[in-house]
Structure formats: structure tokens, C-alpha cells
Write a protein that binds this ligand. Structure first.
Ligand code: FES
Ligand code: FES
Length: 182
């Protein structure tokens, strides 16, 4: 066991952990944070996403030792219910989610994308979100929310959204495919 110093959502923590312990386990099990979520545990869904110095990473495959000298931000550290971050506000206004289990990945990935590219194209959004999974099939609403957060016309391009490869075609995707061109 080693002592690992972490900065999480602006607060300092010292934990006892093996250096290769997944950051996700430390955040959830040791520090009892509700977010991020455990999904696949294999880096393949994004439910465990956090920001490390502003970059979206999968905490289930990130050793805690790698986070030691970086600023960790979880979804809870982005905003509050009273004062949501603009990306969170856009997701609320777009009513983008159903169960919300996947939201760590989408919101934090969008936050990281917009920090470096405030006005991404649909293709750039799709590429940034590649590998994120929403089992409820809420992809159309989610992409609309990201466009809204970027100040774009959220609904206008819904018909052009392509669900990343390997993701289930939910009802929302079918709606998009039949939606009229705007
Ligand atoms: S739980 Fe980490 S990517 Fe799925
Ligand atoms: S809203 Fe349920 S998994 Fe995405």
C-alpha cells in the first residue's frame, strides 16, 4: 500500500492504495463518491468518466497513481443543482437522458471537447464521443444537448446524427433517421 495524495473537485485527499488500483475504485469505494459510475470496468462504455487536468478519461482503467499530480473533476464537481455548469444546463434543457446512468461520460466528454473547441461540427462531436454508450438509446437528445451547449441549433442537425459504431439503435435513433431535414 502507498499513500496517494489526490485533488478531487478542489479538495485534497490522502488515501492508502496500491498504485495500480483503478481510480474509479478509490473514488467510489474509498471516498464514497456517487459519481463516476461503474459500467463495464473495461474502458468500453464511459460511465466512469472523470476529468484529469481537463481531459476526459475512463477512471476504471486509470491507475490512481496517474491521478496523483493532476486535478480530478467528477460530474459532482462540475456544477451544483442550484448552479449547474452550462453543459449540464444544456442537457437539462434538452431533456437528454432517460435513466442517466451514462451521463458522466457524455457530460464530461462534452465539457472537455468544448473547452478546446467551443463550436464543434457534428463530426467533431461524434468523434469526441466515440466509445460512449447509452443503453437507453438517448443519443439524439444527447447530441442535441451538446450542440445546445456549443450555442448551436440543437434540433436542426438531429437528422444528421450518426450513432457511434457498436451502439444499440434505440428508438431515438430511429426517430432521427425518419426526421425531416431542417
Ligand atoms: S466502467 Fe469505465 S469505461 Fe465502462
Ligand atoms: S440515459 Fe440510460 S444509459 Fe443513457
Amino acid at each position: 500500500m502507498s499513500r496517494v495524495s489526490l485533488r478531487i473537485n478542489g479538495a485534497s485527499h490522502v488515501v492508502e492504495a496500491e498504485p495500480d488500483t483503478p481510480l474509479l475504485y478509490v473514488l467510489r469505494d474509498t471516498l464514497t463518491l456517487d459519481n463516476p459510475r461503474f459500467g463495464c470496468g473495461l474502458g468500453q462504455c464511459g460511465a466512469c468518466t472523470v476529468l484529469l487536468d481537463g481531459r476526459a478519461v475512463r477512471s476504471c482503467v486509470t491507475p490512481v497513481s496517474r491521478a496523483a499530480r493532476q486535478e480530478v473533476v467528477t460530474l459532482d464537481g462540475l456544477g451544483t443543482p442550484e448552479h449547474p455548469h452550462p453543459v449540464q444546463q444544456a442537457f437539462i434543457e434538452a431533456q437528454a437522458f432517460q435513466c442517466g446512468y451514462c451521463l458522466n461520460g457524455w457530460v464530461l466528454t462534452a465539457k472537455a471537447l468544448l473547452a478546446t473547441n467551443p463550436h464543434p461540427t457534428d463530426e467533431e462531436i461524434r468523434r469526441a464521443c466515440q466509445g460512449l454508450v447509452c443503453r437507453c438509446g438517448s443519443h439524439v437528445g444527447i447530441f442535441a444537448a451538446i450542440r445546445r451547449a456549443a450555442g448551436g441549433p440543437a434540433e436542426a442537425k438531429a437528422a444528421h446524427i450518426v450513432v457511434p459504431p457498436g451502439q444499440p439503435a434505440g428508438p431515438a435513433e430511429e426517430d432521427a433517421q425518419t426526421a425531416p431535414e431542417c
